[in-house]
Design a protein around this ligand. Structure first.
Ligand SMILES: C[S@@+](CC[C@H](N)C(=O)[O-])C[C@H]1O[C@@H](n2cnc3c(N)ncnc32)[C@H](O)[C@@H]1O
Length: 311
């Protein structure tokens, strides 16, 4: 699937069914290309009738670069970055740290690696966006947020979570706060929406005022010490009764499943400073930071939701 996306196979079939020779690039071997397309059929990515190959409905929705629901950013990022990093899983297990230096020679702060080239940054953000578009409507629907007036999504990247929240709560004011490298390009995704953009560092800079903050796939990037620091800063910035909405995968209480969350937790070991956590682990960190009531909801989507209220 990674190679099919990287070779643009589903883009070549966007106009409709075609025979292998009609969509083969000149630098591709005819026999190898046909074998590759046949393998894509058996994987369920393509269908074949007579000589003609066509995108399966799922491939047409998710594996075509121009589709509004495209996941090609996440898949290219998985192919170019994660796949290489996972080749060093054994060393990650031995040393307990991510593999950026070993794989790519990159040694700076975490997100400097993701944003080291414009192309890598674009694929990463496009990837976050495609994946987020699947989960954010469910996260926005997980709790009644009607009492809140202003949401700031910290590390909000392309703004898919505020946009999903605006769909349900059109009167809310919303903003994304992210690193300058992201805010430079986030407008491409938020254009035409009512999502404001602020550049800054959530570990150091003042947080834009809000009565509801959100953190989507942020806490799983960091170890417990940095999570405590960030949650403490958020709690301090909130008025009493203010909220924090968290979108993360939740591990089971016994930490033994679900398997997709286990794999993502290893992915976090290899690519970040963080890990996936259970609801009880989040509740403990939130309690230490000064939050009172904490509620968790499984959404059935790739990300679950937690809402914490400041005492
Ligand atoms: C895993 S991505 C999640 C993006 C987005 N919340 C989503 O769910 O699609 C982590 C985000 O945190 C941002 N980030 C990392 N460190 C940050 C910092 N110190 N201050 C602000 N944003 C930061 C990154 O730029 C990136 O957009």
């Amino acid at each position: 699937m990674f190679a099919a996306v990287s070779l643009g196979v589903c883009d070549r079939l966007a106009a409709g069914p075609a025979a292998a020779h009609e969509i083969r690039n000149r630098d591709e071997d005819p026999d190898a290309f046909e074998r590759f397309l046949n393998a894509c059929v058996s994987l369920g990515l393509l269908n074949k009738e007579g000589d003609a190959y066509a995108n399966s409905p799922a491939a047409d929705a998710y594996l075509r670069r121009d589709s509004p629901r495209t996941l090609t950013g996440y898949i290219n990022y998985s192919n170019d970055v994660l796949w290489q990093i996972w080749a060093h899983l054994e060393d990650g297990v031995r040393e307990g740290t991510n593999r950026w230096k070993q794989t790519f020679g990159l040694d700076g702060p975490l997100f400097s690696a993701y944003y080291s080239t414009e192309e890598r940054k674009h694929e990463f953000l496009l990837g976050m966006h495609g994946y987020g578009m699947i989960s954010s409507p469910g996260v926005a629907a997980a709790f009644d947020l009607s009492r809140f007036k202003r949401l700031v999504d910290l590390g909000g990247a392309t703004g898919h979570l505020p946009m999903a929240i605006l769909e349900r709560y059109p009167a809310m004011e919303t903003a994304v706060f992210d690193l300058p490298a992201v805010i430079e390009v986030a407008g491409r995704f938020t254009r035409g929406s009512r999502v404001e953009l602020f550049a800054g560092d959530f570990f150091r800079d003042p947080l834009p005022p809000a009565d509801l903050y959100s953190l989507g796939r942020i806490l799983h990037d960091w170890g417990d010490d940095k999570v405590r620091r960030l949650l403490g800063r958020i709690c301090e910035a909130l008025p009493a009764g203010g909220g924090l909405l968290i979108a993360e995968r939740l591990l089971d209480d016994d930490l033994l499943g679900p398997v997709s969350t286990q794999m993502q937790s290893l992915n976090m070991l290899l690519a970040t400073e963080g890990r996936e956590r259970s609801f009880a682990q989040y509740a403990e960190l939130l309690g230490e930071a000064g939050f009172g009531e904490v509620e968790g909801k499984r959404t059935g989507l790739p990300l679950d939701a937690v809402l914490a209220l400041k005492k």
